[in-house]
Design a protein around this ligand. Sequence first.
Ligand SMILES: NC(=O)c1ccc[n+]([C@@H]2O[C@H](COP(=O)([O-])OP(=O)(O)OC[C@H]3O[C@@H](n4cnc5c(N)ncnc54)[C@H](O)[C@@H]3O)[C@@H](O)[C@H]2O)c1
Length: 446
Amino acid sequence: MTDYRAGLLGKIADRSARVGVIGLGYVGLPLALVFEESGFAVTGFDVDPAKPEALHRGESYIRHIGRERVARAFARGRIEATFDFDRLSGCDAVLVCVPTPLGRHREPDLSYIRTTGDEIARRLRSGQLVVLESTTYPGTTREELLPRFLASGLECGRGFFLAFSPEREDPGNKSFHTQNIPKVVGGMDPASLEVAVALYGAAMARVVPVSSPEVAEAAKILENVFRAVNIALANELKLVLDRMGIDVWEVIDAAKTKPFGFMPFYPGPGLGGHCIPLDPFYLTWKAAEHGVWARFIELAGEINTSMPRHVVERTAYALNRHGKSLRGSKVLVLGLSYKADIDDDRESPSFEIIERLRSAGAEVAYCDPYIPAARPGREHDLRLASVPCTGEEFARHDVLVVSTAHSDFKIANLYADVKLVVDTRNLMASLGLGGPGAAGPEVLRA
Ligand SMILES: NC(=O)c1ccc[n+]([C@@H]2O[C@H](COP(=O)([O-])OP(=O)(O)OC[C@H]3O[C@@H](n4cnc5c(N)ncnc54)[C@H](O)[C@@H]3O)[C@@H](O)[C@H]2O)c1
């Protein structure tokens, strides 16, 4: 009987294994590049034909993944990108990095995982390893992928191998990237774990094996819940301390001098990104199936999702102090991406802030050097292009709302002729603006 486990381990060891990556987005593209850079032949798959085409031209459609890196990899000829899923049968390992959004009622939308599972199942062959990397609730790999693959007649752990390994991308982080972030891996069985650990170990600095896919799935959700809950705590304290006339940012700076048992989280305009605002609700949904309620997560969600409304209320209050109403005022929102110095606008609270300001009658513009034109999405279509990042442009507005602390905004001169700023990121204080007796615009925190 053929020993597919030993065969795959051998191919991984001598780099003759071909690695397939499905979904060439923020997670899949860097992952594909890391395997290529580790000496593997790689095939990237995406349903959006524009992505493979751009990559073959040596272009990067993700700003923090440099064009040079993509061009260098594709010039070496070991990596290819395609929308032809028949090429899956040529891959020894298939890593799935497709989206896991929420549906209209904040329920998990597993349609991308299911479609991809069907595509793989249709072509599954002996000796293949499949790893799900998309963030999801515990049980997804076993409940959604395993039955699809077993239908092929192959046995898991002998004919094919199946694992879950969560991605931990932090776009724009200068110290940690795909290659040096420890990789948690949970296999469906010991053989699946062994081959998955060997594969990631050949490309990543550190692999952390765990006892099951469910533990790996839950570990990722815990990481995101941890952030969502702590950010909610910072946001709630912002509201409480503000009423008491205490500066929450100064409080956090003081507290973080404690050398143990404290980790700073900061308030802001609301949650953004593809993970923190969405993933925790995968767990609350699944928990209900088991008759338990994840109350911390729900409460954190309630607080965090109320922040854009709070920002708009503060803006109305700020204008009112200047004898103006939101209706008819010119408002400039600084930052459309969800965090500083990246071009990712997914789930960014700036969208809701802009829409709420607009529906209150304000004339709203935005400035974001990373996003020259607002892309239409599933929920928003602002039909706006960024105004230039200049002092003259800033001065044309009645109030500026700082939503994202891009480095481009950290130049005090930009605010020389600005009268009023609503700041959700403490950016003005970092420029020495807005303090008691300080020159420059009046600054209200939100
Ligand atoms: N972005 C992050 O920082 C991050 C971090 C950790 C985990 N994750 C998780 O990783 C997964 C992917 O996220 P992302 O940020 O890379 O998303 P993304 O939207 O940037 O990329 C997903 C890609 O998959 C493609 N795609 C969609 N359906 C497909 C299909 N059926 N077959 C092939 N390709 C398909 C899309 O065209 C897109 O290019 C999600 O589960 C997410 O929660 C994301």
